[in-house]
Design a protein around this ligand. Structure first.
Ligand code: KE4
Length: 427
């Protein structure tokens, strides 16, 4: 594959942009090699600056569930942009998107739109702290909720130590209110909540983990989260930035029948433009300025273009058979990959909820960060590059998810599986 132009652009980019990218995972650091610079995308395909095309299972890390440049969304954005791009004043569109979100996720009685998942998480935690008048947060190892300082904390040793910063630039006392527990571990969850219940404002969790590879929750885990937080007056926050409208129209909370107090959304609800959202019960959300004292603001929040893209995307997702098609295509891909790995004698632990898929190069089982990091990341990197050279674009990190779109065809999946058979054999 010719990639000279990408290589040149990557060298140029690194002169002016830290690491040559505007988000770290795009730099291919964990798989080696250099990123492909993308010129355009359509349907299930990415096209790079050297003229190579790729069947794309990253889909911009989740948003492009309809595939790239879907006609209905593109047309709606083109019409919207002719009316101006931002007013800094309310529009009817924002009511429409908020109503669509509440219809899909009734637990979100009130919704505030922002411009990223990180911003939505920050705001939800602020209102949880104000509502409960407590400062503590409990998160889970391997879950990612954006890059706000106090969430970049890693587990202190033992149960009692509160969080310690996970990266420079985060002051010690920014993470001292952050507790970290292992995902899917009910026993440790119970211990931590019992020990710190008076301090905890909220527990934040990815109901289906998508940032340590994909890890599914045990039924007991989600039930315990709801029961324990209810019993101790702690707010339960579901971070559904990935799973919202992905695993089904109502997200993981509908799939698993667990109602959180606050929900975070992003990615899909912006249809590829910058949108995040947080929401929950009215008596919590009424605390947000200007209806209440908890300040949160944003120049481009509820931006008419981004909201238009979100509305059009959700309209398509409400269509008949959408999630059945995503399920069929995802199952075909996952089953084929599993078969190819077994045939080649490669230990592979696969995880999947609908069109959100993971695969760990380890015999498994994979239930938390401790077991996920046993995956052979070198094998993953080799697999990744063989697939990339065959025109198949998986995530350039073992600890991300693969996604299916409505634009992927059975032929795309056959091509992917043929390349995977060869790649597994070459491992
Ligand atoms: P953003 O600020 O990137 O819009 O959203 C942060 C966020 C919050 N919650 C969850 C569960 C998330 O997965 C994310 C962001 N996801 C990563 C990929 N796993 C975005 C890709 C990137 O950082 O470049």
């Amino acid at each position: 594959m010719k990639t000279q132009r990408s290589e040149q652009l990557f060298a140029d980019a690194q002169q002016i942009i830290p690491g040559g990218v505007n988000s770290p995972v795009r730099a291919f650091r964990s798989v080696g090699g250099h990123p492909r610079f993308i010129a355009r995308a359509k349907g299930s395909r990415l096209y790079d600056v050297d003229g190579n095309s790729y069947i794309d299972y990253v889909l911009s890390w989740g948003p492009m569930i309809l595939g790239h440049a879907p006609a209905s969304v593109t047309k709606a954005i083109q019409q919207a942009v002719a009316n101006g791009t931002s007013y800094g004043a309310p529009t009817e569109l924002e009511i429409q998107l908020a109503l669509m979100i509440r219809e899909a996720l009734p637990s979100m009685e009130q919704v505030r739109l922002v411009s990223s998942g990180t911003e939505a998480v920050m705001s939800a935690i602020r209102v949880a702290r104000a509502y409960t008048k407590r400062d503590g947060i409990l998160k889970f190892e391997g879950c990612y909720h954006g890059h706000s300082d106090y969430l970049l904390a890693k587990a202190g040793s033992g149960l009692t130590t509160l969080g310690i910063p996970d990266c420079p630039g985060v002051p010690e006392d920014f993470t001292k209110h952050t507790l970290t527990a292992p995902y899917n571990n009910v026993q440790v969850l119970e211990q931590l909540i019992r020990r710190h219940d008076r301090q905890l404002a909220c527990v934040i969790v990815e109901p289906i983990a998508g940032n340590m590879g994909v890890i599914t929750p045990s039924p007991e885990f989600l039930q315990a989260l709801r029961k324990l937080t209810d019993a101790h007056g702690i707010l339960l926050i579901f971070d559904e930035v990935i799973s919202g409208f992905r695993v089904q129209y109502g997200g993981a909370q509908t799939l698993y029948g667990i109602t959180p107090d606050l929900t975070i959304l992003g990615k899909i609800i912006g249809g590829g433009l910058p949108v995040g959202a947080y929401g929950g019960a009215k008596d919590i959300m009424k605390m947000i300025a200007p209806s209440g004292p908890v300040y949160q603001a944003g120049t481009l929040s509820g931006n008419p273009l981004a909201v238009t893209a979100g509305i059009e995307t959700l309209k398509r997702l409400k269509g008949k058979g959408v999630y059945a098609q995503l399920e069929d295509r995802s199952a075909a891909l996952a089953d084929g990959l599993g078969k190819a790995a077994r045939k080649a004698g490669v230990p592979l632990t696969q995880t999947r909820v609908g069109s959100m898929m993971g695969a760990f190069f380890t015999a498994g089982p994979v239930v938390d960060w401790g077991s996920a990091k046993k995956s052979d990341t070198k094998a993953y990197a080799k697999f990744f590059h063989q697939m990339l050279d065959a025109g198949i674009y998986f995530a350039p990190s073992q600890f991300e998810a693969a996604f299916m779109s409505l634009a992927h065809t059975p032929r795309d999946i056959d091509r992917t599986l043929k390349a995977a058979q060869a790649a597994f054999k070459n491992l």
